[in-house]
Design a protein around this ligand. Structure first.
Ligand SMILES: [Zn+2]
Ligand SMILES: [Zn+2]
Length: 573
C-alpha cells in the first residue's frame, strides 16, 4: 500500500512483508517516509563535535560531545559506569494525564548522559575521538576502530597513518580516499581495492602506479586511462604533484573525466536479493547502505557485522535482531524499539536513550545494567508487565489526553495522531540539529531549523588561541615552503572563514607524503568527501547498455553513465 509522508508529503510504499514485521514487533505502520525517519533518528547523535567541559560526577575536565551549556549532568565514561551515583534518583511515576514525550522530555533535562561513546581504557593517546575504539595516536576520527596515527577521518577501520578519509579500511598512508580497502600510499581514490602508489583513481582494483584513471583492473603505469612506459609515467607524475593549485585543477579535471566511463548501478559483493549501496554478504536487504551481513533487513544504514530481521536502524550491529527505529546500539541487542545509544547487550527496550547493558526498560534515560524500569523508576517484573502495556495503550489512543492538537509545541512536524509508533520528536533532542549526524546528511539552514522548533548552536567551533590567523590563499603553494611556525598559527578556511589549526603529526604527515597544506576547515573537507558519495536513496532506472531494469542510487538526472552489474563486469574484465 502507498502512504503519504506526514512531513514531506511524498508517497512511500508499505509492502505486505513490512506489515508482517510491524505486527511481529507490535508497532503501527510509520507515518513518515524512510528518509524522514532516518533524519529523525540521526538527530539524537552528535558524532563529530567535541567540547571541553567538566564531568559533573568528578569535576575533572573531560572531552565530550555534550557541550558545557547542557543543563543535565554529563559523566565521564568511567564515572558513568561506576556505582558512585544513584541511577534511579531521577525516577518518576508515569502520569496518564500527560503525553509520553512531554514526560520523556522532562526526564531528558535531568537524567545524566555519558560523555563519550568510547572506552578510554581501550585507547591510547586518542582523546579527540568518538564512536570509536581501540585506536592509538588518533585525532578527530569518528565511527572508527583499531587505527593508528590517523587523523580527520570518518568510518575508517584498521588503518595506519591515514588522513582525511571516509569509509576506508585495512589501509596505510592514504589521504583523501573514500570507500577504499587494502590500499597503500594512495591519494584521492574513490571506490578502490588493493591499490598502491596511486593517485586519482575511481572504481579500480589491484593497480600500482596509476594516475587519474577509472575502471582499471590490475594495471600499472596508466595515466588518465592511457598506458605509458615507466619512464614517461614518472615524468608526468612529477609534473603534477607539487602544488595546491595544480592538485585542485586535477581534482576538477578528474571529476569531469570520470563521466566518460560507465559506473556500476550498485556497489557490493557476496549478496543475494539486495537493493541499496555498499553492501557485503547480505541477504534479503532492501534500501540498505554501508552495511555488512544483513539478513532480512530494510532501511538500514551503517550497520556493522550481523543484523537480522530489523528495520529502520542506523549504526547498529554485532549480532542484533528484531530492532526497529534504533540507532547507535548493538552487541547482542534483541527486540528494541525506538532506542538510541543502547550499546551492549540491551534487549526488550522501548523508547530508551543512553541505556547500555539494560533490558526491559520503557522510557528510560542514562541508566546502565538495569531491568524493569519506566521513566527511570524501578518496578518489579510483575508491576512492569502490567504497567508497560497500559502506557502503550494510552499512547495509541487518538482520543486520549496524549493527543497533541495541531500547533502543540512538540508537534510542529505534524506527526501522527498518537505517539505510539513514532520515534522521539527532534524537538526534544539534547543536541542542536546542526551538531548532529542528521545535519551531516540532511543539512538545512539555521532559519529552517528554528522554524521547525529545533535547536541551533552558534558556537560549535572554538576559535583556536593562536598568535595569528592567516588566510588560506596566502599559504605557500608547496609544502616545501611551509615553515614550522605554522603550528602556532591558524589557517582561515577559504570557504567558511572558520580558522583551523594544523597539529604537529599532521604537518609531519603532509611533509612525508609531499602534500600541500589544505585550505579548507576539516569539516568542509569532510563535507566534500561526503559529496563524492551517492545519496542513500534508490531510483528505478534502466541500464544504459542493455536497458534492463535497475535500482540505483544514481538519480536519473545525474550525468554518470550507469550500467547493470552484468554489463559493468563485462566491460571491465
Ligand atoms: Zn518524508
Ligand atoms: Zn545492462
Amino acid at each position: 500500500m502507498q502512504k503519504t509522508c506526514k512531513n514531506c508529503s511524498q508517497n512511500f510504499e508499505i509492502t505486505d512483508s513490512d506489515l508482517k514485521f510491524y505486527e511481529e514487533i507490535g508497532v503501527p505502520s510509520p507515518n513518515l517516509c524512510p528518509d524522514d525517519r532516518a533524519k529523525r533518528r540521526m538527530a539524537f547523535a552528535n558524532q563529530r563535535n567535541l567540547y571541553l567541559r567538566k564531568c559533573d560526577g568528578t569535576s575533572k575536565t573531560i572531552i565530550s560531545n555534550f557541550s558545557s551549556d547542557k543543563k543535565f549532568p554529563v559523566y565521564a565514561v568511567d564515572f558513568f559506569f561506576s556505582n558512585d551515583w544513584d541511577q534511579l534518583k531521577t525516577g518518576r511515576d508515569y502520569d496518564f494525564s500527560r503525553p509520553f514525550f512531554d514526560q520523556f522530555n522532562d526526564l531528558m533535562q535531568v537524567a545524566p548522559k555519558i560523555a563519550l561513546q568510547r572506552s578510554p581504557s581501550f585507547d591510547q593517546n586518542s582523546d579527540y575521538t568518538n564512536y570509536a575504539g581501540k585506536n592509538k595516536n588518533c585525532y578527530l576520527i569518528f565511527d572508527s576502530d583499531k587505527n593508528e596515527d590517523c587523523y580527520h577521518s570518518y568510518s575508517i577501520n584498521s588503518c595506519i597513518s591515514t588522513m582525511d578519509c571516509f569509509r576506508v579500511s585495512d589501509s596505510e598512508l592514504c589521504y583523501e580516499c573514500v570507500d577504499c580497502t587494502n590500499c597503500y600510499n594512495c591519494r584521492y581514490l574513490q571506490n578502490c581495492d588493493n591499490c598502491r602508489d596511486c593517485y586519482f583513481l575511481k572504481n579500480s582494483i589491484g593497480c600500482k602506479n596509476c594516475f587519474g584513471s577509472v575502471n582499471l583492473r590490475n594495471k600499472e603505469f596508466y595515466f588518465f586511462n592511457e598506458k605509458l612506459s615507466k619512464e614517461e609515467y614518472q615524468k608526468r607524475l612529477s609534473e603534477n604533484l607539487h602544488s595546491y593549485i595544480k592538485i585542485q585543477n586535477l581534482k576538477n579535471e578528474f571529476q569531469n573525466f570520470i563521466l566518460k566511463f560507465p559506473h556500476k548501478a550498485m556497489e557490493g559483493i557476496y549478496n543475494e536479493d539486495v537493493f541499496g549501496n555498499y553492501l557485503i554478504q547480505c541477504k534479503n536487504a532492501h534500501d540498505c547502505y554501508d552495511s555488512r551481513k544483513l539478513w532480512d533487513c530494510k532501511y538500514i544504514q551503517q550497520a556493522f557485522d550481523d543484523a537480522k530481521s530489523s528495520m529502520d536502524c542506523t549504526q547498529v550491529g554485532d549480532a542484533v535482531e528484531q530492532l526497529y527505529e534504533c540507532c547507535y546500539g548493538g552487541y547482542g541487542a534483541y527486540f528494541n524499539r525506538f532506542c538510541s545509544h543502547t550499546l551492549g547487550q540491551s534487549s526488550y527496550l522501548t523508547y530508551c536513550y543512553y541505556t547500555p547493558f539494560c533490558s526491559y526498560l520503557f522510557g528510560c534515560i542514562g541508566l546502565h545494567h538495569q531491568k524493569y524500569c519506566i521513566l527511570n523508576k524501578q518496578y518489579s517484573k510483575e508491576e512492569y508487565e502490567i504497567l508497560m502495556p497500559k502506557i502503550i495503550e494510552a499512547m495509541k489512543s487518538p482520543k486520549s489526553p496524549l493527543t497533541r492538537g495541531l500547533g502543540h509545541p512538540l508537534d510542529k512536524g505534524g506527526l501522527g495522531d498518537c505517539e505510539w509508533g513514532e520515534f522521539f520528536p527532534t524537538e526534544i533532542s539534547p543536541f542542536a540539529y546542526n551538531e548532529t549526524h542528521a545535519f551531516d546528511f540532511y543539512p538545512i539552514s539555521k532559519e529552517e531549523i528554528l522554524e521547525k522548533g529545533w535547536k541551533w548552536k552558534d558556537d560549535i567551533y572554538e576559535i583556536p588561541k593562536v598568535e595569528k590567523i592567516i588566510p588560506a590563499n596566502l599559504l605557500p603553494d608547496s609544502i616545501n615552503d611551509i615553515p614550522d611556525d605554522i603550528l602556532n598559527w591558524a589557517v582561515n578556511c577559504e570557504i567558511t572563514n572558520k580558522p583551523f589549526k594544523i597539529i604537529k603529526p599532521e604537518l609531519d604527515f603532509y611533509r612525508k607524503m609531499n602534500l600541500p597544506i589544505p585550505h579548507l576547515h576539516p569539516d568542509e573537507r569532510h563535507k566534500n568527501r561526503m559529496k563524492l558519495r551517492n545519496p542513500k536513496k534508490l531510483w528505478n532506472r534502466n541500464c544504459m547498455k542493455c536497458n534492463s531494469k535497475i535500482q540505483t542510487t544514481y538519480s536519473p538526472d545525474r550525468s554518470e553513465i550507469v550500467y547493470c552489474e552484468q554489463c559493468y563486469l563485462a566491460l571491465v574484465y
